[in-house]
Write a protein that binds this ligand. Structure first.
Ligand code: B12
Ligand code: SF4
Ligand code: SF4
Length: 323
C-alpha cells in the first residue's frame, strides 16, 4: 500500500491534539452495518430510542451528510482511569468525570482547523456520539479496532475504554486496513452479562441492557423488577461486559484528568440518592454524563436497586431463620 504523506500527517496531528488512535477509511457506504441496524430496529431492540430509527440513509451513506465526502477519519480517545469500582452504587467508567461531549468537539474543531491550514479547500463535518453515523462500523473499517461480541469497539493497544468520534472529509486519503476480529472462541462477555442482553454474539438488545435501562429509559418509565433484580448495584450505565474482557488487560491510564472519578460520586448510597435535591444533583453532576438521566431518572434507578435489595433480603430470610 502506498503511504500518503497527507494521510500520515493528519493522523499524527490527531495524536498531537490528544487522540489516542486515528484511522482512515473511504466514504463508501456502510451497507452491511446498515442492514444489521435495520434488522435490530425491526426486532424492536432499540426500545424507546426512537432517534435510532431516524436518518437511516445518512448512517448508511456518508455522502448523504457531506456530498463531497471522500474519506472518514476515525478517532479513539482513551478514558480509562484505574480506580476500582466501589462496592456501593456503581457509575460506569465513562461517566466518572467530565462528559466527553464537553471535551471532544473542541478537539475535533482544532483538528479540522489544522487540516484546513494544510489543505485550505478542505470541507469537513465532525461528530461525536450524537450524529447520524455508525461510529463503531466506521472505526472498524478504519482499522481503529474491531467490534467485539459485546458490540463495543476494542483497540489492540488500549482495549475498549475509548470514545469514538470522526471527521468526514472531502479529501482523498489513504485508507487503513480494516481491523481484524480478535474475539476468537471467547464468550466471557456473553456469560457475564447479568441480564442476558447480549442476545447473540455482537447483538445487544438494548431493552435488557443495564446501560439503556439506567440512562436512556425515560425517568417516568419504570424498570421491570425481573431485570433490576440483576443490576448488581449499577446505578448509571454498566461496565460488566468490558471489565470481564481479556483485551482490557491492555488498558492504560488516560492522560486526561477530566475523565478521573469525582470522589463524591464514588461512594453513593441509596439514601443519598433518594434524598438528593435538584440543587445538589445539578452541582454534583455539573458537566457530567450523569445529568442525562435527570434527578428523577437517578432516583428511579436507586429505587429499583432498593426494591431488588429488599427482595433479596426476603429471599434470604428463611436461611437466616434456619441458622
Ligand atoms: C444506541 C447506542 C447505545 C445503546 C445500544 C447499544 C448498542 N450495542 O448499539 C445503549 C444505550 C444500550 C448503549 C450502551 C452503551 N454504550 Co452506546 N451508543 C449508542 C450509539 C448512539 C449508536 C450505536 C448503534 O448504532 N447501535 C445500533 C446497533 C445495530 O448497532 P451495533 O450494536 O453497533 O451493531 C453493530 C455490531 O454489533 C455488528 N453486528 C451486528 N450483528 C452482527 C453479526 C456478526 C456476525 C458480526 C460480525 C457483527 C455484527 O454490526 C452492527 C453494525 O455495525 C453509539 C454512538 C454512535 N453514533 O454510533 C454509542 C456508543 C456505541 N456507545 C458507547 C458506549 C461507551 C456505551 C456503553 C459502554 C456505556 C456504559 N458503560 O454504560 C454501553 C455499552 C453497552 C453494550 N454492550 O453495547 C460508545 C462505544 C465506544 C466503543 N469503544 O465502542 C459509542 C460509540 C459512543 C461514543 N461516541 O464513544 N449505547
Ligand atoms: S453493558 Fe451490562 S447489561 Fe449491557 S450488555 Fe454489557 S454487561 Fe450486559
Ligand atoms: S469478552 Fe471475549 S468475546 Fe467478549 S468482546 Fe472480549 S474478547 Fe470478545
Amino acid at each position: 500500500m502506498k503511504v500518503s504523506p497527507l494521510s500520515e500527517r493528519i493522523k499524527q496531528i490527531a495524536l498531537e491534539i490528544g487522540f489516542s488512535k486515528a484511522g482512515i477509511t473511504s466514504a463508501a457506504t456502510f451497507d452491511t452495518a446498515s442492514d444489521r441496524l435495520r434488522s435490530w430496529i425491526d426486532s424492536g431492540m432499540q426500545g424507546y430510542m426512537s432517534y435510532m430509527e431516524r436518518s437511516q440513509e445518512k448512517r448508511r451513506d456518508p455522502k448523504a451528510i457531506l456530498p463531497s465526502a471522500r474519506s472518514i477519519l476515525s478517532l479513539a480517545l482513551n478514558y480509562y482511569h484505574p480506580e476500582a469500582h466501589t462496592e456501593k452504587l456503581k457509575i460506569s467508567r465513562y461517566a466518572w468525570g467530565t462528559d466527553y461531549h464537553e471535551i471532544i468537539p473542541a478537539m475535533l474543531e482544532e483538528l479540522l482547523k489544522r487540516i484546513k491550514a494544510i489543505e485550505p479547500a478542505t470541507e469537513g463535518k465532525y461528530y461525536v456520539d450524537t450524529g447520524p453515523v455508525m461510529e463503531k462500523a466506521v472505526a472498524e473499517r478504519a482499522g481503529v479496532g474491531w467490534i467485539g461480541k459485546h458490540s463495543n469497539v476494542i483497540t489492540r493497544e488500549l482495549g475498549s475504554w475509548v470514545f469514538l468520534s470522526e471527521i468526514i472529509l472531502n479529501l482523498e486519503l489513504e485508507p487503513d486496513t480494516p481491523a481484524e476480529d480478535l474475539c476468537g472462541t471467547c464468550t466471557k462477555c456473553l456469560d457475564a452479562c447479568p441480564t442476558n442482553a447480549i442476545v447473540e454474539p455482537y447483538v445487544v438488545d438494548a431493552r435488557k441492557c443495564i446501560s439503556y435501562l439506567t440512562i436512556e429509559l425515560k425517568p417516568e418509565e419504570s424498570i421491570p423488577n425481573e431485570l433490576s433484580d440483576q443490576f448488581e448495584n449499577w446505578l448509571y450505565g454498566c461496565d460488566i461486559c468490558q471489565d470481564i474482557c481479556p483485551w482490557n488487560r491492555f488498558e492504560q491510564p488516560s492522560g486526561d484528568d477530566r475523565f478521573a472519578p469525582r470522589p463524591a460520586n464514588m461512594d453513593l448510597e441509596i439514601p443519598t440518592v433518594m434524598g438528593m435535591t435538584q440543587e445538589d444533583f445539578s452541582s454534583r453532576f455539573r458537566k457530567s454524563p450523569v445529568k442525562r438521566t435527570k434527578l428523577a431518572g437517578l432516583k428511579r434507578n436507586a429505587k429499583a436497586l432498593s426494591v431488588a435489595k429488599t427482595a433479596e433480603l426476603h429471599q434470604n430470610q428463611p436461611e437466616i431463620r434456619d441458622k
